[in-house]
Write a new protein. Structure first.
Length: 763
């Protein structure tokens, strides 16, 4: 620990020496100021012409001089009490001195023009201002303000005096003031850069000698390597799922596929948690701020955790405020990571009841607002002391027991690090036996809402909806969404009460239009209610919707009822997109899904893709198959090789429009392959230039030796890998698991219409 403190002490000694030198050097400036003032007052006859003015300036100069001399004389005691306070006091005296002498320069200029008095005061002002450039390095704003206060009044006075000579002198003073302003900034940054460079070797040596630092570096290296190995099979799994998504699937198969995909992404997020925990420890959290669909992001978490919660007998619900903005600006992935961790934690420690997400946004939509998210569970709860310890990093203590029961994993620690990196707050409210409420708040700017489509609203306006058997959170979500669509929503006490209200409404000519039946309380009773309503001729005008989990949809009784009556099923957890999609189909409204895409492909774009020639350098056969399938779906032609040597040999014979390069390969990695490709391109370019100079032939201009884009594909997400890719000559970066949308975006960016080789490729 003593070594780590040495650089700080050394910096303080250096700064004290500089401040002390600036203080005592200022004494010479004060003595020179008194001499110049006496010279101008008597030799320049300022005292005889303006006695009162000279007395006033003299008193001000004496007061400021006494103040500055006192600051210098008491340097040791004032500096010991606080260097920052001494610099503040010294700066006040400095700026007061500049105000007086800048005003004096303006006065003598206006009264005497370009005369002896003007040159005497101007030379003094320029001299002491220039001397300040290397005298006091601690406060750049004060030194730069000193320039303006000293010279600007004289420049203005010269402009008021007028005349060619005055204008030239004003211009020269202005140029010199700008020069000093930039000089001060340059010297200031050079000083601090030199100081930091002098300190850096000592810091590096201290970190290298710290055993705990070396141990942590080894652990982080192991974490990154393990994450890399796990991402490789994840790339294959998620890649195949994305290819399955492009095939013809029934609605039920699509829901099963969605759950599998969301579960795979959840596993990937757990891998990211491990990496982010290491980033939290080292302070390397990187955020990506862009606008995203807030409600869509939350619905993605609901779909991912809905089946997990239902498998434990839990009801996952979400209540979003109707005033929730559609798009906010922030890091979408980090936001989801925090929410997913809190949901996973709530499911883990709950055995019954409901897990409810509550989302609100406070603030106007045209300004920054506060996003509040709460995850409420009915689990075992905890003592207040235990709740306070949840976000304390007890893994790092020297005597910490990693198998202690109080540890809940590093997920909450990651949440705390991410929320604080996003300038937010996170906490928990809990009581034993009453469950817990985890909450976090983030400041997120909003984007103006796009106009909603009104077809579904017109179709549901004044429609009466009745909900039976739903959890409180599910009913709140349905009530919120249906009221937005201008429909009326009511809740029945139980299934029998729902049937009674339907028949009473028919008798009173106040029929219900939609019945939403949840299987949560009693599945058989819910199915019997649906069958009874569907078979009753008097209730033919009621549209029945069954709310069921993904697992319940495959149940024999549910399948039989759905097939017999073409019963629409709304998969839980309930959210806006699922409800509106079902209601749109129920009332014959075409499309209610928002379209956030700014890019639409044309037939010419799809046809042009067949002309592009892509090369994949990947040693893993499964990953080759996945990427080949993705590019086949997108319509690109692809040739793949499994080693860097083969790729270099192939590039000598054929040209490609883009190269997808795996970074981690045996024998020769992707970085070395990319460097050799760039070296070969440079050599070919120099050869073409030489031939053009020798032959001056126009035919040589047609030879294409352009730079082929190289996109890195790697499972290594360690800090610095992307920079290493760019340094090796690659142009872009694609992390595994490769997502079809991200791959398409990158290819669309780099493959411009003029980039095509327009040559058919061997299949």
């Amino acid at each position: 620990m003593t070594r780590s403190a040495a650089p700080v002490n050394k910096d303080r000694k250096v700064l004290r020496r500089i401040d002390h030198g600036a203080a005592w050097n200022s004494v010479m400036g004060l003595l020179a100021a008194l001499a110049v003032f006496v010279l101008v007052g008597f030799w320049g006859r300022l005292y005889f012409d303006h006695e009162g003015l000279v007395i006033g300036f003299g008193l001000l100069i004496l007061v400021v001089t006494a103040y500055r001399l006192l600051i210098v004389a008491r340097f040791d005691s004032l500096y010991a009490a606080g260097p920052a306070r001494w610099r503040w006091l010294f700066g006040i005296g400095l700026l007061a001195h500049a105000c007086i002498w800048g005003a004096l320069l303006a006065v003598v200029t206006l009264n005497y023009g370009i005369s002896f008095n003007f040159f005497a005061v101007a030379i003094y002002n320029i001299g002491v201002t220039t001397a300040l450039s290397g005298a006091w390095m601690a406060a750049l704003p004060a030194r730069q303000s000193y320039i303006g206060l000293m010279l600007a009044p004289g420049i203005v006075a010269l402009l008021l005096v007028g005349g060619a000579e005055a204008m030239i002198l004003a211009l020269l003073l202005t140029v010199y003031a700008v020069y000093l302003h930039r000089l001060f900034a340059s010297l200031y940054h050079t000083f601090w850069h030199a100081l930091a460079r002098e300190r850096r070797p000592l810091q590096a040596q201290a970190e290298a000698d710290d055993p705990s630092r070396r141990s942590r570096d080894m652990q982080l290296s192991l974490v990154y390597r393990l994450a890399h190995e796990l991402r490789t099979p994840m790339n294959s799994m998620l890649g195949m799922l994305s290819l399955i998504e492009e095939t013809a699937l029934s609605r039920e198969q699509k829901e099963y596929h969605q759950v599998a995909s969301q579960s795979g992404r959840l596993l990937l997020s757990l891998i990211d948690d491990v990496l982010d925990y290491s980033r939290v420890l080292t302070g390397r959290i990187v955020l990506n701020h862009e606008y995203f669909d807030l409600r869509g992001a939350i619905e993605q978490s609901l779909d991912a955790f809905g089946n997990i919660a239902q498998s434990k007998g839990l009801e996952l619900t979400c209540v979003m405020s109707r005033h929730l903005p559609r798009r906010v600006r922030g890091d979408r992935e980090r936001f989801l990571q925090v929410l997913n961790n809190l949901l996973s934690n709530a499911i883990k420690f709950s055995d019954q009841g409901e897990i409810r997400i509550e989302v609100e946004h406070l603030g106007d939509h045209d300004r920054d607002g506060i996003l509040q998210v709460r995850v409420v569970d009915h689990g075992v709860g905890m003592e207040p002391l235990s709740a306070r310890r949840l976000f304390e990093d007890e893994f790092l203590g020297p005597d910490a027991d990693p198998f202690a029961n109080r540890h809940t994993g590093f997920g909450l620690l990651v949440c705390k690090g991410l929320v604080e990196a996003m300038a937010g707050q996170i906490g928990v409210d809990s009581a034993p036996g009453q469950g817990s409420t985890f909450w976090f708040t983030l400041r997120m700017p909003t984007q103006l809402d796009l106009s909603d489509r009104s077809e579904l609203r017109r179709a549901l306006r004044n429609k009466r909806c009745l909900v039976a058997g739903a959890a409180p959170g599910t009913f709140s979500a349905l009530l919120e969404e249906l009221e937005i669509l201008e429909a009326e929503c009511e809740e029945a006490d139980d299934y029998d009460h729902a049937l009674q209200r339907l028949r009473a409404g028919h008798r009173d000519s106040s029929e219900y239009d939609v019945l939403l039946v949840d299987t949560r309380e009693r599945r058989d009773s819910a199915l019997n209610l649906c069958a009874t309503v569907l078979d009753d001729p008097a209730l033919r005008g009621v549209n029945v919707v069954l709310l069921a989990s993904v697992d319940e949809r495959s149940h024999a009784k549910v399948q039989k009822l759905v097939q017999r009556h073409s019963l629409p099923v709304l998969t839980k957890p309930v959210h806006r997109y699922g409800l509106r999609t079902l209601m749109a189909g129920l009332y014959g409204v075409d499309d209610v899904a928002p379209d956030d895409s700014d890019y639409t492909e044309t037939a010419e774009d799809l046809a042009r893709r067949r002309d592009y020639r892509l090369l994949l350098v990947e040693d893993n056969e499964v990953n080759q198959m996945v990427i080949r399938g993705m590019l086949g779906k997108l319509g690109y032609q692809l040739k793949s090789v499994s080693s860097g040597e083969t790729a270099l040999a192939l590039l000598e014979q054929e040209r490609f429009d883009l190269i997808l390069m795996d970074c981690m390969m045996p024998d020769m990695d992707g970085f070395e392959v990319a460097r050799r490709i760039r070296q070969n391109e440079q050599a070919q370019h120099e050869q073409v230039q030489h031939e053009q100079m020798q032959q001056a032939s126009a035919a040589d201009d047609e030879r294409d030796t352009g730079r082929v884009p190289i996109v890195a594909i790697t499972a290594n997400t360690m800090e610095g890998v992307q920079a290493r890719c760019l340094a090796a000559g690659m142009d872009d970066f694609l992390a595994k698991p490769v997502q079809l949308e991200r791959l398409e975006t990158i290819l669309r960016h780099w493959l411009t219409p003029e980039a095509s080789t327009s040559v058919d490729m061997d299949q």
